[in-house]
Design a protein around this ligand. Structure first.
Ligand code: NAP
Ligand code: SF4
Length: 674
């Protein structure tokens, strides 16, 4: 008897059966653009072998004008079909099924060739779109249909027609972007004509025995978005037009409400899909912030959908379904929804990977093979770098001992998980505890290793992490000054008004910790009120008319940095705006271009600009130092002096811009080669 009877139940689509209710949702990884089709195939095949019911590829452009960026992958020729065949064959060998997503970006395309229903520029692209005429619309339909037939020839089990997230088809649906007065605009019947026509013509072209998923925006989260009545009307017409399954889209890309970030509560939007259950007879898939089998099972058991979509969790662990099905859910490497190695990479023009699993998208390059010679390996530091090294070295068959002077493992992850909105870090620390417990690693917590302890090992790895940088502000030794470690790790008492010195990732984290009361990430109603999300059954687009209603800040906070640039500019590409908006909503004052003159009982004295003009006292009870970090490498230096040759990784090697992503990646790659 399984703990996941709903999740693991097959789904009979009439002409084919999916082996379970899990869809790997579409992700743009950048792999297709490498044109290394063996690598693309291995990425999907690994996940097919991991037992997922159906996968959807990253978005494929139906034509040049519809590509998200110039050079975006698509199925444009017979050669392209042969390339995609490599992928579908490998997936089928692995026992999986795969559908190709057809993504026309419309006005979101990063190109001067972009087209749209009306010439309304999007706030997230510099290019104003060209308005399509009747012939232009017909061309887009034909190109989408051609892409679907080519996908069929390439061996895909189906296609997903991307109709949500504010892309091309979605742009026709709402008056926000569709100002037309012809048969493609005006009334809702006219505005939905294009998506419905696309699905009808795709079905006509591919015949009956081919999966056609339509991804439908169920809550737009933009002004003048769809009402739920319109969503329901569209869903019914899409069913009639021949779709096999309807998938849920949540929010347009230009929405100013987070939809997948780690601070969004788990399964925050499954109630939206549930509203559509019973309105159509074809299966519905729900989506967003579902990242464990328990959450997915509950969603299905409660009747919110017929199937669940998870995307990023399959970067973190390709074997998610197989582990759930064999009673090992605690072994699933958790996606913490950080976006650091996936979406931030995508938007930075880099290939996606995963903070938790550096092998994601590097399956053909980063291989964990049995060691040729078993070695005794000592690793000092049980933070992310040391843990990743230990688990990988153990997997390869080495004899591993992991030391940490702290009594708990996890290192800096233990501070991150104290921050409201970063609760997913608890799951990551728990996963490391589980995996170390199940491994052959000998864990020596509460033990400070020294030269003598380490001398007998074949290999020594130093992953001792970082120490806080000393900002050397006169008066910083006073009783009103704390470090971020005092606050986040030791729970030191902080006064009602605070100045934070340093506005990097940790400065922002400390600010969020200090202004929060209860974390809204743990309370869906509070989170919806905080960001102004409402029921699209009540209000267009699901945007609360009164706007965001955050809880009053627990403290008055001033966040400072010396650089003149906008605070938080270097935070994650896809999440920085959320941190900035969250602090703004809580009334945090942000000051750049300052000099720290001194601290006394009255607070923090600063001046402005290079000439140190305009002296100012920030009157606060507490000053928290978050001035960056330096490598902690005393032990490494001692070892080198004693003639040993330790490997030094993570923050102990280079502290600048250290994060868990780099730490885990370095540890895994080092251990793969020891
Ligand atoms: P950081 O991001 O490098 O920020 C250090 C801050 O300290 C900067 O604001 C810097 O600004 C200031 N600073 C540097 N030297 C200073 C000095 N001598 N005196 C006073 N201020 C000084 O480092 P962090 O905040 O410690 O974070 C460490 C790493 O963890 C980063 O890579 C970060 O990306 C990552 N992290 C990320 C997140 C997130 O994305 N949410 C959260 C936590 C940690 P000025 O030089 O302009 O004053
Ligand atoms: Fe999830 Fe972060 Fe990995 Fe992306 S990088 S898949 S968000 S854990």
């Amino acid at each position: 008897m399984t703990d996941y009877p709903h999740l693991l139940a097959p789904l009979d689509l009439g002409f084919t059966t999916l082996k379970n209710r899990v869809l790997m949702g579409s992700m743009h990884t950048g792999l297709e653009e490498t044109k290394d089709w063996h690598r693309v195939a291995e990425f999907y095949a690994e996940r097919a072998r991991g037992g997922v019911g159906l996968m959807v590829t990253g978005g494929m452009a139906p034509n040049k004008e519809g590509g998200v960026f110039p050079g975006a992958a698509g199925l444009f020729s017979q050669e392209d079909i042969a390339d995609h065949r490599i992928v579908t064959d490998r997936v089928h060998e692995g026992g999986g099924k795969i559908a190709m997503q057809i993504l026309h970006a419309g006005r979101y395309a990063y190109s001067s060739d972009c087209v749209a229903p009306s010439p309304v520029k999007s706030p997230i692209s510099p290019f104003p779109p060209q308005e399509l005429d009747e012939a232009g619309i017909e061309k887009q339909i034909t190109d989408i249909v051609t892409a679907a037939t080519r996908a069929q020839q390439a061996g895909y089990d189906g296609v997903e027609v991307m109709g949500s997230e504010g892309y091309f088809l979605n742009q026709f649906l709402v008056t926000h972007t569709n100002k037309r007065t012809d048969r493609w605009g005006g009334s809702y019947e006219n505005r939905m004509r294009l998506p419905v026509e696309v699905v009808r013509r795709v079905r006509e072209a591919v015949g009956t025995d081919f999966i056609v998923i339509y991804r439908l925006s169920m809550i737009d989260l933009i002004p003048n978005g769809s009402t739920f009545e319109e969503v329901t009307t569209l869903a019914r017409e899409i069913e009639k037009a021949g779709a096999t399954i309807i998938n849920t889209g949540i929010g347009w890309h230009e929405a100013r409400i987070p939809t997948i970030a780690t601070s969004v509560p788990r399964r925050a939007f499954t109630w939206v899909t549930r509203k559509l259950m019973g309105e159509v007879t074809i299966p519905l898939i729900t989506s967003n912030r579902i990242n464990t089998p328990d959450v997915a099972e509950a969603v299905l058991a409660e009747g919110c959908a017929d199937m669940v979509s998870m995307a990023r969790p399959f970067l973190a662990d390709p074997h998610f379904v197989a582990k759930a099905a064999t009673g090992r859910p605690e072994e699933i490497a958790p996606c913490i929804a950080c976006n650091q190695a996936c979406l931030d990479h995508t938007f930075g023009g880099k290939i996606s990977s995963c903070l938790v699993n550096p092998r994601a998208c590097y399956e053909t390059e980063l291989k964990i093979k049995p060691a040729e010679r078993k070695k005794s390996i000592a690793i000092v530091g049980a933070g992310p770098a040391g843990l990743a090294t230990a688990l990988t070295a153990d997997e390869r068959g080495h004899d591993v001992t992991l030391f940490d002077k702290s009594k708990t493992l996890g290192g800096q992850l233990n501070m991150a998980r104290q921050v409201p909105g970063k609760e997913e870090f608890h799951g990551l620390v728990d996963w490391y505890k589980t995996m170390i417990g199940k491994s052959g690693v000998t864990l020596r917590l509460g033990q400070a290793a020294d030269v003598k302890t380490l001398s007998g090992f074949d290999v020594v790895v130093i992953a001792t992490g970082v120490l806080p940088r000393d900002p050397q502000i006169p008066g910083q030794d006073g009783p009103n000054v704390l470090s971020y470690i005092d606050v986040l790790r030791n729970g030191a008492e902080v006064g009602p008004s605070v100045a934070i010195v340093g506005a990097g990732g940790i400065g922002f984290d400390v600010a969020e910790y200090l202004v929060a009361g209860e974390s809204p990430t743990e309370d869906l109603d509070a989170w919806m009120a905080e960001w102004g999300v409402d029921d699209p059954g009540n209000v267009r687009g699901g945007i609360a008319p009164a706007g965001p209603k955050p809880e009053t800040a627990a403290r008055d906070v001033v966040l400072l940095q010396r650089k003149k640039e906008k605070l938080g500019r270097r935070l994650g590409k896809t999440t920085g705006w959320i941190h900035r908006a969250a602090l703004k909503m809580k009334g945090v004052t942000m000051m750049g271009g300052v000099n720290y003159e001194r601290i006394d009982a009255g607070g923090l004295h600063i001046s402005h600009g290079e000439a140190r003009e305009k002296q100012q006292l920030i009157e606060v009870d507490t000053i928290v130092l978050c001035a960056g970090q330096i490598p902690c490498r005393d032990l490494a230096d001692d070892l080198i002096e004693a003639g040993l040759e330790p490997h030094i990784i993570g923050g102990a090697n280079v502290a600048a811009e250290l994060d868990a992503k780099r730490a885990i990646d370095e540890g895994t790659r080092l251990a793969a080669n020891l």
